[in-house]
Design a protein around this ligand. Sequence first.
Ligand code: AMP
Length: 209
Amino acid sequence: MGPPGAGKGTLAKRLIAKYHIPHISTGDMFRDAIKAGTELGKTAKDYMARGDLVPDEVTIGIVKERLALDDCSHGYLLDGFPRTLKQAEALKALTESLKRTVNLVINVTADEAELVKRISGRRVCKNCGTPFHVTNMPPKKEGVCDNCGGPLFQRPDDNEAALKVRLSNYYASTKPLLSYYEAMNVLSNVDGMLGTDKVLELASQLIEA
Ligand code: AMP
């Protein structure tokens, strides 16, 4: 969990490389659907461009389908889901029906001024989704992904107007989930201002505890 720009995606990519579990990013799933021109992509596109949340029933549906796949049977990392109380309740019911639980929620925190800087400088690989930043985490070769050689681009929702909407949705719908998970005794905070290596180290300690 964490506001846009806190570093959830960067941390998630590093954790899955380390722990070899599926990375389930609802944002990536929507972006892939838009790229492929599917019905899901057509539904999600306008919400995403505005910075709005895609409706719960659509989002819950894709996560339900994804968690039912075999590769999730030994655990998985959710990134960007849940973002509303309805999604959190659906996840609880879903994990219970699979005889599992949500056993760790990592909340990555960051100052709001830093979020704006990170989002405006973010560049993402068109092929593999690896995130970079023009000054904080530049690729070795400008405009080219270090991971797969794909072209880097700026996400259409990484603009000032959409970020405003994304932040207000975060505060109104997603931030309240922190107390929901705190009450379940599964929430841990990691300071996202500490730099990507330290954030990975702290998150790894939580996973291995
Ligand atoms: P992200 O890549 O996690 O920043 O997500 C990008 C955009 O995808 C969000 O601003 C939403 O429009 C949409 N999205 C991703 N995850 C969700 C979710 N759990 N619920 C609703 N919309 C989502």
